[in-house]
Ligand binder design. Structure first.
Ligand SMILES: *Cc1c(COP(=O)(O)O)cnc(C)c1O
Length: 509
């Protein structure tokens, strides 16, 4: 192979490389634009159909860029789920901003890495400024304690990790009387049984997963029941805390959720802070979803008390409409980063740190890391805060309208009064046997997906199978949702008739 071929293939200064890049990017962008213009939410069909069509076929010669692009347009792009479709509302999975997409072009092409200043000279300084801005938004005040992450799971891991290690440092000592370092010495033998993390039963499963990864096991997580809106029951929390105290347990952290994944419930943050203070615990607020309300003058009061937390999870690839991945972790007191500090001579030497070089590797669980912060920066500057806020508020307002509409229907049942931007409900045709309702709701969602009509969520609410509409989309309307509900109703009736006649076949088989 010749050097010129290498030059042409790599993104670099060679004129052929730049020409190929421009032309292939243009074709790719046109293909995306065509795909966007198609109306149907999804055209891939069932898992079985897809599996039979998807074949990985690398060759010794290679197909070249244009042909591979055309092949993958057909194989991947044309059959991908359209996350911008108003009927794609199963998950906290957002349509993305044009600004975010443009920023991605710059992020990918420059391929900066955030782990040391010399790998992202401008990017490092920009990320630090954005962290400072986010800190002021949550009410922490100016500062640099925070970092962009791959998302909510990683940010939550940082929260519980720092909280646990701070708890051990406070309660255990070395023989010479200095504080115990979990980072250096691992966990003290009796910490495994004594140290607990408390969250509501609706908190995100990453709390359990992260504690397991930290060697504490699921057993270290104590869950508190919720009230009828899905918020942590504060009476039950105080009860649990006093039981834990009596059995000589140490509560390292209370994880409060601002926007639970299903109901969108926002826990009482000031009350949780107060309860945590009574046992000396850290408060981590998982605002992966609800954090978007920080931008909304109309609804930001729902997050009252977030500034009292010791650490916060924000996720921009949810209700902030950024492309995946884009999240952040904010820490109130910078000194607590010491529990994960590690000095690598080649990245963040003591020399650099003394001279104020922002080597962000000290604040991150990752080493090589994308400059995802640019997407949020780009969007905020391009749109301005007012338009951004109104796009976020749209889902909250729409959820109220949809909930009211569902209350007025005889054959739909609203399962939770929405606090935020999701609606939990089920279809319940007249005289349908109650013991088959769970199955019916699951089957309705499965059929609508296989037909490419809608992606509706399925979850459990107080033991019953519930349908879920996550109304993030700033372009969804009450009319869109009413049309979707009419399809849900028609599908339920059709399945009901088929079951009665003994001709029903579930699509998942
Ligand atoms: C989505 C979500 C997470 C996980 O975030 P990822 O970005 O998917 O890792 C954590 N907590 C809550 C409340 C969430 O909704």
């Amino acid at each position: 192979m010749s050097l010129s071929q290498h030059q042409r293939t790599l993104l670099c200064a060679a004129p052929q490389s730049r020409a190929d890049y421009e032309s292939a990017m243009k074709t790719a962008v046109e293909a995306v634009s065509n795909w966007l213009s198609e109306e149907k939410m999804y055209t891939g069909g069932s898992i079985r159909q897809l599996r039979s069509e998807i074949q990985f076929e690398p060759t010794a010669q290679g197909l070249g860029l244009p042909e591979t692009l055309s092949r993958l347009n057909h194989l991947f792009l044309s059959k991908s789920l359209k996350v911008h479709h108003p009927h794609s509302l199963a998950h906290l999975h957002c349509p993305t901003m044009v600004a975010s997409q443009v920023a991605e072009v710059l992020i990918n092409a420059t391929n900066q890495s955030m782990d040391s200043w010399d790998q992202s000279p401008v990017g490092s300084l920009m990320e630090v400024q954005l962290i400072d801005w986010l800190r002021q938004k949550v009410g922490y005040g100016k500062g640099t304690a925070g970092v962009f992450t791959s998302g909510g799971t990683q940010s939550n891991l940082m929260g519980v990790l720092l909280a646990r290690d701070a708890c051990v440092a406070k309660h255990w000592q070395n023989d010479d009387g200095t504080e115990w370092s979990v980072q250096r010495d691992g966990l003290p033998a009796d910490a495994l049984k004594r140290v607990k993390v408390v969250c509501s039963e609706n908190a995100h499963f990453s709390v359990q997963k992260n504690m397991a990864m930290m060697g504490m096991g699921f057993q270290s997580v104590v869950t508190v029941p919720c009230d009828e809106l899905g918020q942590m029951d504060i009476g039950a929390l105080n009860q649990k805390l006093s039981e834990l105290k009596q059995s000589d347990k140490l509560v390292a952290c209370i994880v409060a959720t601002a926007g639970t994944t299903d109901a969108g419930a926002i826990d009482g943050l000031p009350e949780i802070r107060q309860a945590a203070d009574s046992v000396g615990a850290w408060v981590h607020v998982d605002a992966a979803w609800g954090g978007a309300l920080l931008l909304s003058p109309k609804y930001c009061s729902k997050l009252q008390g977030i500034e009292l937390a010791d650490s916060i999870t924000l996720d921009f690839h949810k209700h902030f409409f950024q492309s995946i991945s884009c999240g952040a972790f904010l820490l109130k007191d910078e000194r607590n980063f010491r529990f994960m500090h590690y000095e690598a001579e080649y990245l963040n030497s003591a020399y650099d740190e003394e001279h104020g070089v922002p080597n962000l590797v000290s604040k991150s669980l990752q080493t090589t890391r994308r400059f995802d912060a640019l997407k949020l920066w780009f969007t905020l500057e391009a749109l301005g805060e007012n338009l951004y806020a109104s796009m976020i508020e749209h889902g909250v307002d729409l959820s109220q309208e949809v909930a009211q509409f569902i209350r007025e229907q005889d054959d739909f049942e609203l399962l939770v009064n929405p606090q935020f931007a999701s609606v939990l409900f089920r279809v319940r045709p007249k005289d349908y046997p109650i013991e088959f309702l769970d199955n019916l709701n699951q089957n309705v969602a499965d059929s609508l997906f296989a037909q490419g009509e809608a992606n509706i969520g399925v979850t459990k609410v107080n033991g019953v199978q519930s349908l879920k509409m996550t109304l993030l989309s700033p372009i969804a309307t009450l009319d869109n949702v009413q049309k979707l509900l009419a399809q849900v109703r028609a599908q339920a009736n059709q399945i009901g008739d088929a079951v009665k006649n003994g001709t029903y076949q579930p699509v998942i088989d």
